[in-house]
Design a protein around this ligand. Structure first.
Ligand SMILES: [Zn+2]
Ligand SMILES: [Zn+2]
Length: 547
């Protein structure tokens, strides 16, 4: 587990704000949120940050095609993402944007340190140029053939083939993305980050990096093969200016992760903490830093980023947790081909908590998640409705009708054991970053609750003599204790629904602030229950299929 004596800084990958939020994004952000909420329940001091990634050529291209400036595009989608995240209860302490003055400052500072450290040099390099448009064509302004695998690729990334990063000047058969003409290569001076100098550092760093194996292993392979220096400047207006050069901005993958640092600074300033407190998190290893990302950006987070931090003498991330990619009904996710599920449309039709639950349980965190509507309906109907919802509603209506309050009685040994088993399952899932296991452990307790309730038949006992009625009360108190525990364990997974359950149980505290110690505290006899309401409703499969 993470050390107890330091604060934990958890980040989730920055969404690139040139389009709407889809479930591919949420596949990373929802588990990060669950992780943070559970760490808080475990008593950790946690800061959770993210923000919009606002620079780079795709945004400039969108803006040009719409006849607006890049900040108009950024503003629109930045607000969109914030609304979606609020609706899904992603509980960021701070959600910033990388075009903020603080991030410009922090980026300049780090680039200057890299220059002073001798890690940046200038070199003439070939850059794609369009003679029709009379301009250089950085990154997404150019398309062509991947030099590694031969697939059609974007200027900076082989997005449909091998997935590799493509350096400026490397793409074959370049074409201008604006006018379609064949591009030529022209020499131009650019600045390079000496990534090759970090090979030894990176291989020992990766040996000790926490998080998931997929991130570590993928990055190790890269380091073993080759680490080429990395061109970190672009001919663009939109971005963070390279120090001393008005005609160049830094590559978006330089200033994007630096957002993690400047958002920490912005958050602490917002909280009124003294100016240099952010340095506790990002210098001198004063915090445990955990990054949640998708597997498509392992390279950037496990190679570029730690090398940059090391070169500038900042703290290094302690763990990188990489979620598998998302497929839709067995097909590779693709916005351009319409193989996508939009977050906004989803949560207009179904409760956000059901989406959170689904994303966590449909596959192991590091494996590919194949979304299908049928599997979603099945998880809601067979698990949330049939197991959890059913237990909650049966127990609460029965107790509410016959007692109105939590009855007298002792918590039984087998119930204590079942709760402890669920808690231990959750804790080991946290240590492994396996959120499906985490939910399964909590749902296992609900399962136990169902069979315990069924076995003890309180509906017979309630009609019996005084002893039988007393026994009935004890049974119900025990099942209510199970419900209370399930509620605490599932709050990180379904925060809105569990707040409703907490209320129905008559608890007067805030379930979001509840710690795990609460699991073993008996629910108080005499506590008034609130009128039960159905928490999860069946989805009518035929009406909802195929949309
Ligand atoms: Zn390729
Ligand atoms: Zn052109």
């Amino acid at each position: 587990m993470l050390p107890r004596d330091k604060p934990v800084l958890v980040t989730s990958a920055l969404p690139y704000v040139n389009g709407e939020c889809h479930i591919g994004h949420l596949r990373t952000y929802v588990p990060a949120d669950v992780y943070v909420r559970m760490l808080r329940k475990m008593g950790y001091n946690v800061i959770f940050i993210s923000g919009s990634d606002t620079h780079g050529t795709p945004i400039v291209l969108s803006a040009e095609s719409q006849g607006v400036t890049p900040d108009v595009v950024v503003e629109r989608y930045h607000e969109h993402f914030k609304r979606i995240f609020e609706a899904l209860n992603l509980d960021f302490d701070y959600y910033g944007r990388t075009d903020s003055p603080a991030n410009h400052r922090m980026t300049e500072e780090i680039v200057k340190r890299l220059i002073e450290g001798g890690y940046v040099y200038r070199k003439n390099t070939k850059q794609a140029y369009c003679e029709t448009c009379n301009r250089f064509l950085p990154d997404r302004y150019v398309e062509g053939i991947c030099p590694h695998c031969g697939a059609v690729a974007r200027g900076d990334e082989c997005d449909q083939g091998c997935g590799k990063h493509i350096e400026p000047g490397e793409i074959l058969e370049p074409r201008c993305k604006i006018c379609g003409s064949k591009a030529v290569f022209r020499e131009q001076e650019h600045f390079f980050f000496r990534l090759s100098a970090f090979a030894d550092f990176l291989s020992s760093y990766l040996d000790n990096l926490g998080g998931t194996l997929n991130a570590r292993n993928y990055a190790r392979e890269w380091v073993k093969r080759e680490l080429r220096d990395w061109c970190i400047t672009r001919n663009l207006e939109w971005g963070v200016k390279f120090p001393g050069r008005d005609d160049l901005v830094v590559y978006v993958w330089v200033d994007a992760p630096i957002g993690y640092i400047s958002f920490t600074e912005e958050l602490l300033r917002e909280r009124g903490v003294d100016g240099d407190e952010w340095a506790r998190y990002w210098k001198n290893n004063g915090a445990t830093i955990v990054h949640f990302i998708g597997t498509d950006i392992i390279y950037h987070h496990c190679i570029f980023w730690p090398a940059m931090l090391k070169g500038a003498d900042y703290s290094l991330p302690d763990a990188v947790v990489a979620s598998g990619m998302v497929k839709i009904e067995g097909k590779t996710f693709s916005k351009s081909r319409g193989i996508v599920v939009w977050a906004k449309e989803f949560i207009e039709r179904f409760h956000p908590d059901t989406l959170r639950y689904y994303l966590l349980t449909q596959s192991s965190h590091t494996k590919e998640l194949d979304f299908s509507w049928d599997s979603f309906f099945m998880r809601v109907n067979n698990e949330l409705v049939a197991i959890l919802g059913n237990l909650i509603y049966r127990v609460l209506t029965f107790t509410y009708k016959n007692f109105g309050v939590v009855p007298e009685g002792e918590i039984e040994e087998e119930v204590r054991t079942a709760i402890e088993t669920a808690r231990d399952g959750v804790l080991s899932a946290m240590a492994e970053y396996e959120f499906k296991k985490l939910v399964d452990a909590a749902m296992g307790l609900a399962d136990f609750g169902n069979s315990y309730f069924q076995r003890e038949e309180p509906w017979h006992l309630i009609k019996g003599d005084e002893n039988a009625r007393r026994r009935c009360g004890t049974i119900l108190k025990n099942v209510l204790q199970i419900l209370k525990s399930v509620c605490v364990l599932l709050e990180p997974v379904m925060p809105a629904k569990m707040a409703e359950l907490w209320y129905q149980l008559g608890m007067d505290t805030d379930v979001h602030d509840t710690k795990l110690e609460e699991l073993m505290k008996p629910i108080e006899s005499g506590q008034k229950l609130n009128k039960p309401k159905v928490l999860f409703r069946r989805i009518e499969v035929d009406k909802n299929r195929g949309v």
